[in-house]
Design a protein around this ligand. Sequence first.
Ligand SMILES: [Zn+2]
Length: 234
Amino acid sequence: MLIGFDPLYFLLLAPAMLLSAWAAWATRSRFAEWSQVANGRGVSGAQVARYLLDRFGLRDVRVVPARGALTDHYDPRAREVRLSEPVYYEESVASMAVAAHEVGHAIQHRDHYAPLVLRNLAVPLASIGSNLSFLVMFVGFLLSMTELVWVGVILFGAVVAFQIITLPVELDASSRAKQALVDLGLVSSPREQAGVASVLWAAAMTYVGAALSSALTLLYYLIRLGAFSDRDRR
Ligand SMILES: [Zn+2]
């Protein structure tokens, strides 16, 4: 049964939902907290990104401001580090952390970091999966066409795979960021170092929460479709 209220679904998903909710709250509150703390070097996120990119031989990667809050990302096609306006302009511990994290993705791109390459390859399939999986499952369910339901489940599996391969990419970008900030002397005190780690850890947990939610949803579908029952195996 894929439609309607099912206690099994909530039982399976509750821990992941709690983690996701906590991570979203922690990301915002830690970012807000460390946005209020000026970094010791008096550098904006844009300056941090520019400095790190230059030091890693990525002079041709541009640093540009982006609209909105927490919209920071690295665009591998345009070869741009895009920083949300607070990160771009403010000279805080939080902006330093986020800017260095996005530079971490630019370095991964240059190094052909394997999980990133895999993730980029998975993007088209995952976007088809996230757009169509529920529709395909729903239609298959309505028409009682088990094969079609399974096509939907497999499409959803592509989304889960994408979210899982995102985890090493995100964790690695953060560990590169923390290392570079310390090695190049941008972090000027243990307190700042702790602030950077705190901001980046909460952000990483949002990816863990999302991947866990999808993986458990997939597990739910598999249980409900009888993938683990012995009935059909005779
Ligand atoms: Zn990232």
